[in-house]
Design a protein around this ligand. Structure first.
Ligand SMILES: Cc1cc2nc3c(=O)[nH]c(=O)nc-3n(C[C@H](O)[C@H](O)[C@H](O)COP(=O)(O)OP(=O)(O)OC[C@H]3O[C@@H](n4cnc5c(N)ncnc54)[C@H](O)[C@@H]3O)c2cc1C
Length: 444
């Protein structure tokens, strides 16, 4: 039997591609390496009604397809808790503030503000479809995001605060990323403010039941057209079609969509070989490192002190903290992001030690009540061989302008999807869904 199309990967991109093809009447198969759908999305229930989102979780304005999918599958969303004061923990001093601007010395604030406006202005000039053809592509690709930050901000406090933000956005040290790629990513996601903000930003809304609940319903809608525990190791194409195979299975189709991160898809053996520049681009794509650290409390006790749970703490291993409590506040859940080099440091310890480290940080931020953790869990996707890191693939300096090619260009019968191939909302669930639907359109 020969399918019309095979989709490799059942994350948001693969699921969206599969459903779009199914709707168009195509005979399809989705093959997934893990025993579950969702990929970088993983909702873990620790009681009958309470859960943590160990992978992606937030959606915000402009994530149109995600809101539409939620509505289509009867899943509700709710606003991220943000009433009350935010907290800055810096040089071991706590400061509480309202609004978006942290209480920093004036020079630091001015420098930060200038850097933010400038990076947004520069991002606007990027050609999203061909970032390497942007006006100053060569200059910006030759430098890292850190190089630009060093040039732009002479004030050390401003640089440190900006680094907290860039680590939160990219999950890697700013010295690893091409400034051109950073600008592409910022424009792809509207602007830097959108990436950072809760209200009107990428962290505005959460998904009731967890971000995986939509994936699970999408997978159910695919029915028997999805098969789990099928690790694709070889994709062969010729005039007759494409053969997708792995240990103990082999499926034939007219077309194939590969909906997995580039850093993972280079482990598949393609015959004939993927064109050299595109292959080099895929191989250059690297993932960041994040640990999401969850502490569950009997109640969101910080809300009684008019704190919204949002903390920026540049010196802590969990440098950004959010209130991740259930929508009705039936439990108190703090989620701390450990990012980039700090995430690597944290993961050198066993989970019991990580819990103690995170707890000590939360006590500094929220007082002694933060010691009463009922349940602790954490997760890094770096250890998972079908993901290799997060949130999404990025490029180091020099690659984009040297290779001048795209992850998206189809290779005969192979079409590429996954959030990394999206020019809009790259790196996010929204980008993943749009990429899957775009790849499906290439076939339909
Ligand atoms: C910790 C973390 C926090 C994040 N926070 C957010 C957030 O708040 N909001 C947001 O929008 N985004 C967030 N993201 C990013 C978001 O999760 C991703 O952009 C999105 O889920 C990517 O979907 P995808 O389908 O492109 O890829 P994936 O989800 O990676 O799916 C790829 C699938 O392919 C499978 N696969 C891999 N190799 C093979 C193989 N050889 N054979 C068969 N199958 C294979 C994998 O198992 C996986 O299921 C976060 C990510 C992480 C990790």
């Amino acid at each position: 039997m020969q399918y019309d199309a095979i989709v490799v990967g059942a994350g948001y991109a693969g699921l969206a591609a599969g459903l779009a093809l199914q709707k168009a009447g195509k005979n399809i198969l989705v093959v997934e390496a893990r025993n579950r759908c969702g990929g970088r999305i993983l909702t873990e229930y620790f009681s009958e009604q309470d859960y943590t989102d160990l992978g992606g979780q937030w959606i915000g304005p402009g994530h149109e397809r995600m809101y539409q999918l939620a509505a289509e599958f009867g899943v509700e969303t709710f606003h991220t808790y943000d009433s009350g004061k935010s907290t800055l923990l810096f040089h071991n001093k706590l400061k509480h503030y309202k609004g978006l601007i942290p209480p920093l010395p004036l020079f630091a604030l001015l420098s930060l503000d200038r850097a933010l406006s400038k990076i947004n202005k520069l991002a606007k000039t990027i050609d999203l479809a061909h970032p390497y053809q942007s006006l100053h592509a060569a200059k910006w690709d030759a430098m890292s995001l850190q190089d630009w930050m060093n040039m732009q901000m002479k004030n050390e406090t401003a640089r440190k605060m900006f680094a907290v933000a860039t680590e939160a956005v990219f999950a890697t040290d700013a010295s690893n990323i091409s400034f051109l790629h950073a600008l592409f990513y910022i424009k792809s996601n509207t602007n830097f403010d959108f990436l950072m903000n809760v209200d009107k930003g990428a962290q505005q809304d959460r998904i009731k039941g967890g971000a995986q609940s939509i994936c699970i319903k999408m997978a159910a809608a695919l029915g028997d057209s999805i098969q789990y525990e099928k690790v694709v190791t070889h994709i062969h194409q010729d005039e007759q079609g494409v053969m997708v195979s792995g240990d103990g299975f082999s499926f034939k189709a007219d077309q194939c969509i590969v909906a997995i991160p580039p850093a993972v898809s280079t482990e598949i053996n393609y015959t004939p070989a993927v064109p050299e520049t595109q292959w080099q681009l895929m191989r250059a794509s690297f993932m960041g490192t994040v640990v999401k650290c969850y502490a569950v409390y009997p109640s969101p006790f910080w809300r009684k002190q008019f704190k919204n749970g949002l903390v920026a703490a540049p010196d802590e291993l969990t440098s950004l903290v959010f209130d991740n409590s259930p929508f009705n506040g039936s439990k108190g859940i703090l989620m701390g992001f450990s990012l980039a080099e700090k995430a690597k440091q944290l993961m050198q310890h066993d989970q019991a030690t990580r819990k103690e480290i995170v707890k000590a940080g939360f006590i500094k931020m929220f007082g002694p009540e933060a010691a009463n953790i009922e349940y602790y869990t954490d997760k890094s996707f770096t250890e998972e061989s079908f993901t290799k890191g997060c949130y999404a693939g990025m490029f180091p300096p020099g690659i984009l302008t040297q290779l001048q090619t795209s992850l998206t260009t189809p290779f005969h019968r192979i079409h590429w999807a996954g959030t990394e191939t999206s020019i809009q909302f790259n790196g996010y669930m929204e980008g993943a869904v749009r990429s899957g639907e775009r790849a499906a359109r290439e076939i339909i």
